[in-house]
Design a protein around this ligand. Sequence first.
Ligand code: HEC
Length: 152
Amino acid sequence: MKIIITGVFSLVFVVFLASQTTTVQAHSEKHETNPRHVAMTTLGKNMKAISKAVKSGNVTPDLQQKAGEIHKISNGLVALFPKGKELSESRAKPEIWSDSAGFDSANNNFIKAASDLANAVKSGDVAASKLALKATGKTCGGCHKAYRLPKK
Ligand code: HEC
């Protein structure tokens, strides 16, 4: 009986060790492939594309996908900041977790603005898209100012 119990315990311990290894791997995950980095970089690229279109006065239907993607990312953004899983090169401020209500609120502003932007781009209305883009950009900056560390 004792042997069986010890056996089970060892097995549990091995599984535990294996899960620890996975966590360590997640920590050393490459910056380039980190989902948070990918999401934020996509936001930057799509905002730039829409900005270019707005400036040239030509809000084309292909931008709907980009605006839609911004909105989709906004809905999942908070989940990209799991507690206790920080990357060494991250610029995430500890306040994201110590003031999670504030972080949520900053992201809710972004979700709302991104939804308006998606609708404006869908309408093809240049003036409305321009305004919505500006409002969305403000929510990016608002969150970065409060929750992103300056460049190292
Ligand atoms: C609710 C907060 C929040 C919102 C909204 C937000 N960001 Fe970020 N963003 C962050 C934080 C925090 C970081 C730093 C993450 C890190 O280094 O781990 C970041 C990083 C970035 C980076 C650098 C990515 C990298 O890893 O090199 C870019 C680019 C970026 N954001 C663009 C945007 C754009 C564009 C928007 C709006 C369309 C936006 N972000 C909206 C919080 C936010």
